[in-house]
Write a protein that binds this ligand. Structure first.
Ligand code: AMP
Length: 418
């Protein structure tokens, strides 16, 4: 879990601005949910056998309930939708979130225990056009953030009707090769055989390549839906690949599952996922009888930053303008103390030394260290003449400016330099 400040945080701000602007362009409105949720919000929906629920949730046991720190966004979102009956509004609804998530994972490059996800959800549109709309949106958002070197891979993971038969087929196949599976997949085999398909272990990958493909087991509705997603993406000219290994680690996905990966090897450490998502019709049923269709995605801010850094595409922070006020003596201090307040109130960043006995040399040194754009020097001589000395730090240029017009002069200069 990282502290974020200074130049590191400065990398985040323009990206956050772009995320919010693009979400707004595509009609997503923000939702913020509490950091703590009842454990059932995730155990019932994400699935008891998922890594997240099984091992990674920060859990708080209270006498009368068990709460967890939110490990992902969609389940909390649907809990909120039902609580506020958001699905009753007319037509499809578009929401986005940008919130910290918490997973007790082994920390490494690109994998943190507190990370920040931005995600978008479209509810109440069961058509494949909504899936394609969302994927096209993510493609646009990533490109606007400066990413160009990423792959979009999609798959269908079937539905309640056709998945059980496929699971059975896959389980039978995997049982024949158990000895070649990694330790974790040998456990997964019984409870979540489809997760073997996206295991990163080399030997498991070889087996996955030979395993029966879900595409051959899909029911006609799922085939039609998947075809619809692909043709809508072609219509929108969004590049994508069909990849049967995309199964996603969460139980609630039906039909569409998709993943966005960084193409540059190593940019994200051992991981390559920039984001992922899928359709989750039926998820709401875990909270009661409500039938809500939905499709969503989530992406990790830290991973996006790593990918942008590797591609040297992080926006260069613009240098902030700052006026440093250097008082020589008590009278000058009082004048500049007031001026500093006036400047800040008028939107001009100003700093000053409260030590009026420091002397000119030391004050200029300090102004330099603080990276001031201009330094305003006022001493007894200047006060007598009703002027201030303004030094442009980069060029060393100096000018005498009447005290009366000083705020207007500085404002004009700062605007010109920005
Ligand atoms: P998931 O909810 O696991 O599908 O993750 C969606 C996205 O969130 C991933 O593609 C990553 O970009 C990001 N993400 C997931 N887990 C972590 C983590 N522990 N640290 C940083 N980013 C993560």
């Amino acid at each position: 879990m990282n502290d974020l400040f200074g130049t590191e945080l400065e990398k985040w701000l323009p990206l956050e601005k772009q995320i919010r602007a693009t979400m707004a362009d595509f009609g997503f409105s923000e939702i913020r949910t509490p950091t703590l949720e009842k454990i059932e919000v995730f155990s019932r929906t994400v699935g008891d056998t998922s890594d997240i629920v099984e091992k990674q949730m920060y859990t708080i046991h209270l006498p009368d309930e068990v709460l967890v720190l939110r490990p992902e966004g969609t389940a909390s979102f649907i809990r909120a939708v039902i609580e506020h009956q958001l699905h009753q509004a007319a037509g499809a609804q578009h929401y986005y979130y940008y919130q910290p998530m918490f997973r007790h994972e082994r920390p490494q490059k690109g994998r943190l225990r507190q990370f920040h996800q931005f995600g978008a959800e479209i509810i109440q549109d069961p058509s494949p056009r909504a899936d394609a709309e969302l994927i096209a949106f993510v493609d646009t958002l990533f490109r606007r953030l400066g990413l160009s070197d990423f792959r979009t891979r999609i798959n269908s993971v079937g539905c309640k009707a056709c998945r059980p038969a496929y699971r059975e087929l896959l389980t039978q196949f995997l049982k024949g090769v158990t000895g070649d599976l990694c330790e974790q997949c040998q456990i997964r085999l019984e409870r979540a055989p489809m997760r073997v398909l996206d295991c990163k272990n080399e030997s498991c990958r070889t087996i996955a390549a030979r395993a029966p493909k879900i595409a051959d087991s899909l029911c006609s509705e799922c085939i039609e839906h998947h075809g619809g997603v692909k043709s809508a993406l072609r219509l929108l000219e969004i590049p994508f690949e069909n990849d049967p290994s995309i199964v996603r680690g969460l139980d609630y996905y039906v039909r569409s599952a998709f993943e966005f990966t960084a193409s540059q090897p190593g940019a994200l450490g051992a991981q390559d996922a920039l984001g992922g998502g899928g359709r989750y019709d039926g998820l709401a049923a875990h909270f009661g009888k409500t039938d809500i269709s939905g499709v969503g995605f989530a992406s990790g801010m830290e991973r996006v930053i790593l990918a942008l850094e590797a591609a040297r595409k992080l926006p260069v922070p613009t240098k902030k303008q700052m006026v440093f006020l250097a008082p020589l003596g008590m009278k000058a201090f009082e004048f500049l103390y007031r001026l500093s307040f006036t400047l800040k109130r008028d939107g001009i960043p100003a700093e000053m030394s409260y030590d009026s006995e420091k002397g000119l040399k030391n004050l200029l040194k300090l102004a330099d260290k603080r990276d001031a754009t201009f330094t305003v020097v006022v001493g007894d001589d200047e006060l007598l003449k009703s002027v201030a000395l303004i030094k442009t730090m980069k060029t060393g240029e100096q000018a005498e400016v009447p005290l009366e017009g000083l705020p207007a002069y500085l404002k004009n200069k700062v605007i010109r330099e920005t």
